[in-house]
Write a protein that binds this ligand. Structure first.
Ligand SMILES: Nc1ncnc2c1ncn2[C@@H]1O[C@H](C[S@+](CC[C@H]([NH3+])C(=O)[O-])CC(=O)[O-])[C@@H](O)[C@H]1O
Length: 330
């Protein structure tokens, strides 16, 4: 049986880093990935590899990375058998949560309109042209592709979800040697003090961290001096100092720890040494933005809200509202 080339995943990341400490980082990532792919492999890896292998070869692929769907096009239309292979390979990588994508006319309507989030965040970013970017908790890599579309020189996404990795690779297969990679590790598994990136994104991750302040410090350590943090997370209404910790689940999600008010979040950023933090957007998540589709057939937001009052979660907490904050490392 073919095995997955997990070493290939982080080589690009290492290439980005300065020589000093490369060996230490290489050892650390090797340990992490060996644990994931060899010692305790996910039972679906072989199936996902087979799905990826089913995707047809297409020459002369062009990408559009500045439209709402990350779009792949070929010079000549795919024939029927190629389209069937494509559909079957992509279906083998379901559920598709973060997108949308358009593979040669096969449109993947994902659970999330990640494009809406990008539209809310991107107007406020420092110009991404030529920047080296880390996207923590990047999911399928949808936003990584949009970052490349805005001229980034290098994008590294990290996310522990292995299905996301295979979805990412299904796009990358058609784009070849582009400066975008996804490394399937958690933030806390990355070597400390990378201090390499011009912009670090953490979108939809902070509330999953038991220690949100440590997450902010880890994010700061990934940035060079003067670098920019883009933080997007669930918030609640309330005064400075207030944050909600759900008793157990929040909107049926496990692993939700702190939902601060915006003012509390600003205080956290200040105390962890960021400067010029500003809230650039606050938006309630709607059942139009996160919903079941033909490519994600499980329950979605509508099932996680109070059926009689969509302003509350099914557990009775305030419904999901997300803030985007931009801050700088001095
Ligand atoms: N410790 C961790 N380190 C790294 N990633 C993690 C960690 N814990 C969870 N994740 C990953 O963070 C992502 C959060 S989803 C946001 C996706 C995208 N950013 C978006 O803004 O659309 C939001 C959500 O679905 O709740 C998931 O892909 C996790 O695997």
């Amino acid at each position: 049986m073919a095995t997955f080339d997990w070493q290939g995943c982080y080589q690009a990341l290492l290439n980005e880093l300065n020589n000093e400490g490369q060996e230490r980082w290489s050892n650390l990532l090797t340990q992490q990935l060996r644990r994931r792919f060899e010692d305790n492999p996910h039972g679906d890896i072989a199936r996902w590899m087979a799905a990826l292998a089913q995707l047809p070869d297409v020459s002369d692929t062009q990408a559009r990375l500045d439209t709402s769907a990350v779009t792949l096009r070929a010079e000549t239309l795919l024939n029927e058998s190629q389209l069937e292979q494509l559909e079957s390979g992509l279906r083998g990588l379901m559920p598709w949560r973060k997108g949308p994508f358009d593979f040669f006319g096969t449109y993947i309507d994902t659970e999330w309109h990640s494009d809406w989030k990008w539209d809310r965040v991107s107007p406020y970013l420092s110009d991404l042209t030529g920047r080296r970017i880390l996207d923590v908790g990047c999911g399928s890599g949808y936003h990584c592709w949009r970052m490349l579309g805005e001229g980034a020189a290098r994008v590294i996404g990290i996310d522990p979800g292995l299905l996301f990795l295979f979805q990412f690779l299904s796009v990358k297969k058609y784009l070849g040697d582009v400066p975008v990679d996804l490394v399937p590790v958690r933030m806390e598994d990355l070597p400390g003090k990378l201090e390499s990136f011009d912009t670090t994104f953490s979108m939809g991750v902070l509330y999953h961290r038991r220690s949100p302040l440590d997450h902010l410090l880890e994010l700061k350590d990934t940035l060079r001096r003067g670098g920019e943090l883009v933080l997007e997370t669930l918030v609640v209404d309330g005064p400075e100092g207030y944050s909600l910790m759900p008793e157990d689940r929040y909107g049926q999600m496990r692993n939700v720890w702190f939902l601060p008010s915006c003012d509390t979040l600003m205080r956290w950023l200040d105390r962890t040494g960021f400067r010029d933090a500003r809230v650039v957007d606050v938006t309630e998540t709607t059942i139009e933005e996160q919903r079941q589709t033909d490519w994600m057939r499980f329950n979605s937001l509508v099932d996680f809200l109070d059926p009689d009052d969509h302003s509350k979660t099914i557990e009775g907490y305030p419904g999901p509202k997300r803030a985007t904050i931009i801050a700088n490392k001095p």
